[in-house]
Design a protein around this ligand. Structure first.
Ligand SMILES: Nc1ncnc2c1ncn2[C@@H]1O[C@H](COP(=O)(O)OP(=O)(O)OP(=O)(O)O)[C@@H](O)[C@H]1O
Ligand SMILES: [Mg+2]
Length: 450
């Protein structure tokens, strides 16, 4: 199965006979063969052809196989290299293996084995390429282009991220709920040189307290009842990448001390383990609490606060960056129109006016939800007043913000809309999920519109 005709192999050897034999054998196995009798020529070929694997002699006059290997490593790190070597040069071949060469054979090679190894090398390269493609897609999702913002405050944040992204300093991201703290943490990671390493997030508020320590540090088999096998914690998982501690303000004091130690000593111990494990992580943390105040109240350790707060980025609430609202509205409309397979392109000017006046206590998340709901409800190509939650309009009229406590009626409407959106507007399915009749659903929906 591995002998696909489109696989390109480059053979490099100064001995014409060796090239001849090997290329005949590999052509027989349906590989497409390029040949070079010196490294200069081989360099030319890799720069003009898509080469899937290289088989090279080690000792050659002029630039030798090791030189070529180094060249490939820095310019085409994805191309696997297999060495052919004479008896006297095995040592160098072994060294090359430790530096990432795929395999080496002593001349004359066992051709059956060589073909098997080559097939494996080609397969591995294919896999690497696929993963790179996926990564690229992910990266483009998290690049700054996906954090929408053109207000002065957001531009300042983008510049800040540019400056600090490649350093390993800890970053504390603060801001009200829904201001984009997690999105920013991801952006910092995916624009940094650690971007091809793991981004690992722990939500300190979501994991039950008694499980958090194990979540952070992992455990050894038998560390406690139920620890039936070893588990790696998030600190280890994030090694060489970024660990994002979401809602760090919720962390209890005992764990704060342990986190501090891990950061300071750059090493951790699994629960029930005795071995210290080195870790290299970039730490980002976020909170919507006023951590400084929590420090004064002795709910948060001052030393940990200073450790985390090396660089602080404050995401302003949406009401303080209204210049971003039109851009965000368009962005979310596009997103949900596509998702719902609708052709909505804009909001009416009345709606935009309301959006610009409203105080957005739930910030970008609230705006996102409002647009999602409106896109589900809207008929035609424009979002109108009737597609906007009544509370928002009422708040604008009466000039008050929204209470943080919602009325049961509001919660009911929200739930109904959530169900509708989940079932792509299918009212029967939504009604069934809500345990009400279709008729009841309709009447609730009528109530939802202003
Ligand atoms: N600048 C932005 N551009 C586009 N979308 C954004 C932006 N900021 C936030 N969002 C979106 O708003 C939603 C909330 O963002 P996020 O989860 O990052 O907020 P948060 O500050 O972590 O909220 P919380 O404090 O509630 O955890 C997400 O869906 C996110 O994609
Ligand atoms: Mg968050």
């Amino acid at each position: 199965m591995h002998n696909k005709p489109s696989v390109n192999i480059l053979l490099v050897d100064d001995e014409p006979n060796a090239l001849k034999v090997l290329s005949a054998i590999l052509r027989e196995a349906s590989y497409n063969i390029y040949q070079a009798d010196r490294v200069d020529r081989a360099q030319e070929i890799v720069s003009t052809e898509r080469i899937d694997a290289v088989i090279t002699d080690l000792k050659m006059p002029g630039k030798d196989g090791l030189y070529f290997f180094d060249y490939l490593k820095s310019n085409y790190p994805d191309i696997p290299v297999i060495f052919l070597t004479a008896f006297g040069t095995v040592d160098s071949a072994v060294t090359a293996m430790t530096e990432g060469a795929f395999f080496y054979f002593i001349k004359p090679p066992d051709y059956v084995k060589l073909k098997a190894v080559l097939a494996k090398a080609v397969e591995q390269k294919k896999l690497k390429n696929e993963i790179t493609d996926l990564r690229n897609q992910l990266e483009s999702t998290y690049r700054f282009s996906n954090i929408i913002g053109k207000s002065a405050s957001m531009e300042k944040i983008f510049r800040m991220v540019e400056t600090i992204k490649d350093s390993s300093t800890n970053v504390l991201i603060i801001g009200e709920t829904g201001t984009g703290k997690e999105l920013l943490a991801r952006a910092i990671h995916y624009t940094s040189h650690r971007h091809y390493r793991p981004f690992t997030a722990v939500n300190c508020a979501a994991v039950p307290r008694e499980l958090l320590e194990a979540e952070f540090f992992g455990y050894e088999k038998g560390a406690f009842t139920g620890a039936v096998s070893r588990r790696i914690g998030k600190f280890e998982e994030a090694d060489t990448g970024t660990l994002f501690l979401d809602e760090i303000g919720e962390l209890e004091l005992a764990l704060q001390a342990k986190i501090l130690r891990a950061i300071q000593e750059k090493e951790i111990e699994r629960i029930g383990g005795s071995k210290k494990i080195k870790i290299d992580i970039r730490l980002t943390a976020s909170t919507n609490r006023d951590l400084k105040k929590e420090v004064k109240l002795k709910n948060f350790r001052a030393d940990l606060y200073y450790r985390l707060n090396v660089v602080q980025i404050k995401l302003p609430p949406l009401r303080e960056r209204k210049a971003d609202i039109p851009l965000l509205v368009t962005h979310f409309i596009d997103k949900f129109s596509q998702q719902e397979d609708k052709r909505i392109t804009s909001v009416s000017s009345e709606v935009m006016n309301i959006f610009l006046q409203y105080i957005w206590p739930g910030n970008l998340r609230e705006l996102e939800n409002v647009i999602e709901r409106a896109v589900v409800l809207a008929k035609g190509d424009e979002i109108g007043l009737r597609d906007i939650p009544r509370e928002i309009i009422r708040d604008i009229k009466t000039g008050i913000g929204t209470d943080s406590i919602k009325s049961l009626r509001e919660l009911e409407i929200e739930t109904v809309l959530k169900a509708l959106s989940k079932f792509q507007g299918n009212k029967s399915k939504a009604a069934q999920a809500l345990g009400i009749t279709r008729k009841a659903l309709y009447s609730k929906l009528r109530g939802a519109k202003a």
